[in-house]
Design a protein around this ligand. Structure first.
Ligand code: FES
Ligand code: FES
Length: 157
């Protein structure tokens, strides 16, 4: 079996993995990262979204071996020096979660959206998050939260 080395939320990780192991299952089953949820296992829901070298990916569509040498960030890696990321604060402030199952993936997808588009319109937010489903259908507060986080990030920046 191949051995891979990667960084997960700042931690160096080396593991021997089955060549067929998905990154989502490496993160959840092997590395016990509770900030990654698996909803569909088939690229539909986005609950498993993480950043791979800064770009959002659905980790159930990526083989663990493809992450060899990469930097993976889950929602647990977003806070810095004990301070929440503006998206985490905004999701709390805007009540943008109900059961919370979609929330880590939504936040990671929104992270990449704001990297590419720091001042998005509501339509751009909806388009940027269209690959992430919320079974509680709380889309309006999610859009509001991303809007708030974008404004806060621009102010901080
Ligand atoms: S679990 Fe990966 S997209 Fe649903
Ligand atoms: S808050 Fe329940 S799935 Fe989105």
């Amino acid at each position: 079996m191949p051995t891979i080395q990667l960084t997960v939320d700042g931690d160096a990780v080396a593991r021997e993995v089955d060549a067929r192991l998905l990154l989502a299952h490496l993160l959840t089953d092997v590395l016990d990262r509770s900030g990654v949820n698996v909803g569909c296992d088939s690229t539909n829901c986005g609950a498993c979204t993480v950043l791979l070298d800064g770009r959002s990916v659905k980790s159930c569509t990526v083989l663990a071996v493809q992450a060899d040498g990469c930097e993976v960030t889950t929602v647990r890696g977003l806070a810095a020096d004990g301070e929440w990321h503006p998206l985490q604060t905004a999701f709390r402030d805007c009540h943008a979660l109900q059961c919370g199952y979609c929330t880590p993936g939504m936040i990671m997808a929104a992270c990449d959206l704001l990297r590419a588009t720091p001042d998005p319109t509501d339509d751009e937010i909806r388009e940027g998050l269209e690959g992430n489903l919320c079974r509680c259908t709380g889309y309006a507060p999610i859009v509001a939260a991303v809007r708030q986080a974008a404004a806060a990030s621009r102010t901080e920046g």
